[in-house]
Design a protein around this ligand. Structure first.
Ligand SMILES: [Zn+2]
Length: 207
């Protein structure tokens, strides 16, 4: 399968994970725990697929071990973001965590914007491994926030303002979540092209 066909296939998989995960979350109404697990697993899989598309579409890649580790970072961070519900509720109860009267702090999309700025700064000043790590965190945050935004909108809180958009149309979410790997790829490609002469950098061409 050539690269473009494979990339297209991965985007189809990404859309299927989004739609199937959300339909399944809607379908499971009786068990709150099962519903929460499916919802969280969907976040994790979306983050992982977006990370995979991003890393695989790079002309150069890190070692296989680092590649797996980066996918794991995207998967875990995408999932663990929802732990802030429990922290905010100060309770281990799922009932308390899912019935907050405010959005929990890791769902503030100002963090997402700050991480993207950090990624751009890392591109300029940090080493490639740290840049890739930040890229995975950004992917996890942005995909998680966008998916949650289909239900609750995008929340941005800063010392100057506190605003919440209306719920994001599902088609907009699907479009944006498919664009994210290409935005991150663009940033990372500039990183690699500006640092390909750096010593100690072991890059393996896989495609
Ligand atoms: Zn969430």
């Amino acid at each position: 399968m050539n690269f473009k066909a494979l990339l297209f296939f991965k985007h189809v998989i990404l859309c299927c994970v989004c739609v199937f995960g959300d339909k399944l979350t809607e379908y499971v109404q009786k068990s709150a725990l099962l519903r929460a697990c499916i919802d969280n697993a969907t976040h994790a899989f979306i983050g992982c697929v977006v990370a995979e598309i991003t890393l695989h579409s790079l002309k150069y890649q890190v070692s296989h071990q680092e590649y797996c580790l980066l996918l794991f970072v995207a998967l875990i961070v995408s999932s663990f973001i929802d732990l802030d519900h429990f922290i905010e509720a100060r309770s281990f109860s799922l009932q308390d965590a899912t019935h907050l009267d405010r959005r929990p702090f890791l769902h503030n999309s100002a963090i997402c914007l700050a991480t993207f700025l950090l990624l751009i700064l890392a591109k300029r000043f940090a080493d490639i491994k740290l840049t890739l790590f930040i890229a995975m965190v950004f992917i996890a945050l942005s995909t998680h926030h966008l998916r949650d935004a289909t239900r609750r909108g995008i929340w941005i809180k800063s010392p100057f303002q506190d605003s919440n958009t209306p719920a994001l149309p599902y088609a907009v979410f699907l479009g944006l979540v498919n664009i994210i790997p290409h935005v991150v790829h663009h940033v990372l490609t500039n990183t690699f092209s500006s640092k390909t002469n750096a010593p100690n950098m072991k890059l393996v061409e896989l495609v």
